[in-house]
Design a protein around this ligand. Structure first.
Ligand code: PLP
Length: 498
């Protein structure tokens, strides 16, 4: 199976090259030419297998140029052993008859990004070997908080790679910042920027598409790649957990083979929900994909009107990993819904760059209405939802998951649909402890406590254990406290590689 670009579909390359390169040279995103299918019989067959085996089985369908043995080795390094704190990397927790929380944050950095970023470095180094690459791959990351840390953890001390991460210096939580600036490893670099996530992402994209920069780096034996969710090697592993969740519901008797489920995802860059769409394209029985946004509700408006318009105010919220106005992966959805029309996609992306908005053709909009439902939730209702879910189900959700739980509730009220719904839980509540504790009404107990005392308090209030990765932060040294202008990102890269 070959991969092509959303902006040039005459391109045909293997998955290894797509993963190594990250982004296509003309700025498009790599997508598989067709979608491998998974039958109900196959789903039933893999249901009882371990997560590693499920991942191997599903990923092999996309990575046809990898040997099964290679895929399995990558999956073993990522999902077994010491990296995930439970035997199951992605457990499903039943809240009510229709709500099933898919906890994707049991990895080393306590956010769902670990699900993909623990395996990506291995898929990438395998790809380097397969394509005869002898240069050092430089991973360039723009992060709204969680990707950065997860990528740093995934790539730290991986031979043949270096990684540099840019984050908006005032756009991440204290814990997120601390996680990044204390990062260990000999091949890592972290820098804040004065700007928001979109500025960071735009800066990274600019460096990527600059041919002069590319030449300069090549001469020094470096090649750039990305660990952002635009990399196919990040997206593919995310398909696995939706199929795994379906398997878990089969095994627990919640559904019978062939029953449809809904999937509700707290969305930012549109990677996670796109993976659910791809799972549906493969044959997973899905009724609706519910796209949940915070008050940066550009996707809600888009899905309700067909017009994507980024000419609006950017809001900093208590769910910062969703504070995004340009959802890069939406381009892949548009490509698919346009019937793989690179001209249509290039046109829309040009409009977006030049005017900040675009309106999709009617045939694309109709399909969006058919497959998706979208809603949003502001900080007030996010907090209220955290409180309600704790009261009703004794479950402590983080702020991002709470957005999804709230939007799911809106969906259910407005449609009356009782279909069992998998709600993606994308971060541990400990990662956003201040907002969560305040939502739970613990303000007076929070007074004068530092971040680590807050972790203890949340442990007491929620009756759960503090994740290992956060508990040990306290004793770590700060290694990276520099912040640069958003126009100086290239300089920071050059300095790191000197
Ligand atoms: C990255 C992230 C999201 C958004 O996921 P996308 O794939 O970018 O849509 C949501 N919640 C958390 C906690 C995240 O880290």
């Amino acid at each position: 199976m070959k991969y092509t670009s959303t902006r040039n579909n005459s391109l045909k390359i293997d998955s290894a090259l797509a993963i190594k390169q990250g982004l296509s040279t003309e700025g498009g995103l790599f997508v598989p030419e067709e979608f491998p299918q998974i039958s109900l019989e196959e789903i039933e067959k893999i249901a009882k297998l371990s997560y590693v085996e499920k991942a191997t089985y599903i990923l092999k369908k996309f990575l046809t140029d990898y040997k099964v043995k290679e895929v399995r080795e990558c999956a073993v390094k990522a999902y077994s052993g010491a990296k995930f704190d439970k035997r199951k990397p992605a457990p499903l927790v039943k809240l009510s008859d229709s709500e099933f929380v898919l906890e994707l944050w049991h990895g080393p950095t306590c956010a769902f990004k670990d699900m993909a970023l623990q395996i990506l470095p291995h898929l990438l180094t395998t790809a380097m070997a397969k394509t005869g690459e002898d240069k050092t791959v430089v991973i360039l990351v723009a992060t709204s908080g969680d990707t950065g840390k997860a990528a740093l953890e995934g790539f730290k001390d991986v031979d043949g790679t270096k990684i540099i991460v840019f984050y908006p210096s005032d756009g991440v939580s204290d814990i997120q910042k601390l996680q990044m600036i204390t990062q260990e490893g000999k091949n890592v670099c972290v820098s804040g920027i004065y700007g928001n996530f979109d500025d960071a992402q735009t800066g990274v994209k600019t460096i990527f598409t600059d041919n002069e920069v590319k030449e300069k780096l090549l001469n020094k034996n470096y090649v750039l790649s990305s660990a952002n969710s635009i990399n196919w090697g990040r997206l593919a592993p995310q398909i696995v957990y939706y199929i795994s969740a379906y398997c878990d519901m089969l095994i627990s008797g919640e559904i019978t083979l062939g029953d449809k489920i809904n999937v509700c995802v707290p969305t930012g860059n549109f990677g996670n929900i796109l993976a659910a769409y791809y799972a549906m394209k493969m044959g997973l029985p899905v009724n609706k994909l519910i796209c949940a946004s915070n008050c940066n509700n550009i996707l809600t408006d888009f899905m309700q009107t067909g017009t994507y318009d980024r000419n609006r105010q950017f809001h900093t919220t208590i769910s910062p990993s969703m504070d995004i106005l340009i959802s890069s992966n939406l381009e892949r959805l548009l490509y698919d819904l346009s019937g793989c029309d690179d001209k249509v996609v290039s046109g829309l992306m040009n409009e977006l760059r030049e005017t900040g908005k675009y309106t999709v053709p009617g045939n694309i909009f109709e399909q969006i209405r058919e497959f998706f439902w979208a809603g949003c939730c502001d900080d007030y209702f996010t907090k209220e939802r955290i409180y309600k879910v704790k009261e009703r189900h004794n479950y402590t959700a983080d702020t991002h998951t709470a957005v999804a739980l709230d939007v799911y509730n809106q969906y259910k009220e407005q449609t009356g649909d009782n279909t069992k719904t998998v709600i993606a839980s994308t971060a541990s509540p400990y990662k956003f402890n201040e907002s969560v504790l305040s939502a739970l009404g613990k303000e007076s107990e929070m007074a004068n406590k530092d971040d680590f005392e807050l972790l203890e308090l949340l442990s007491k209030v929620s009756g759960t254990d503090i994740p290992k990765g956060l508990k040990t932060l306290k004793n770590k040294k700060i290694r990276f406290n520099n912040v640069c202008d958003k126009n100086d990102m290239l300089k920071a890269v050059e300095k790191f590689l000197k």
